[in-house]
Design a binder for this molecule. Structure first.
Ligand SMILES: [Zn+2]
Length: 123
């Protein structure tokens, strides 16, 4: 088990994750309203505010990675509440402080990340 995060650190990471999440959901909501493929209630007032129009291709290409990131952020927020934040979800080792500060939503330590990327390349 990793050491418990201090309340201060917990609040800090929660704020960072929440801000990141918001910036993505903002964009995603626009994407959804743009592609009109999903019915999302929250989309409506964003639709009204959204003046910028991007090409559908751009939005769709953007949304895939960001949707994935959104899931990672949600998972990280859950770990922050339940415990296990900052612990690699594969090997269970503590994720380095520098890494978790740079990408607080990462579920993997650097070794497992590199392994996963190497596997992707050979796949
Ligand atoms: Zn690991």
């Amino acid at each position: 088990m990793a050491k418990k995060l201090s309340k201060k650190d917990q609040d800090k990471f929660r704020a960072v994750l929440a801000a990141k999440r918001e910036s993505i959901t903002d964009k995603l909501t626009k994407t959804i309203s743009e592609s009109k493929e999903m019915e999302v209630n929250v989309a409506q007032d964003v639709v009204d505010k959204a003046e910028t129009s991007y090409s559908k291709e751009f939005l769709l290409s953007l949304s895939d990675g960001e949707r994935r990131q959104l899931l990672l952020i949600d998972e990280a927020l859950k770990r922050l509440e339940r415990g296990g934040f900052g612990v690699c979800q594969v090997c269970g080792k503590e994720i380095g402080a520098k890494r978790i500060a740079a990408i607080p939503w990462t579920p993997l330590c650097i070794e497992c990340q590199e392994k996963a990327e190497a596997e992707q390349r050979t796949a």
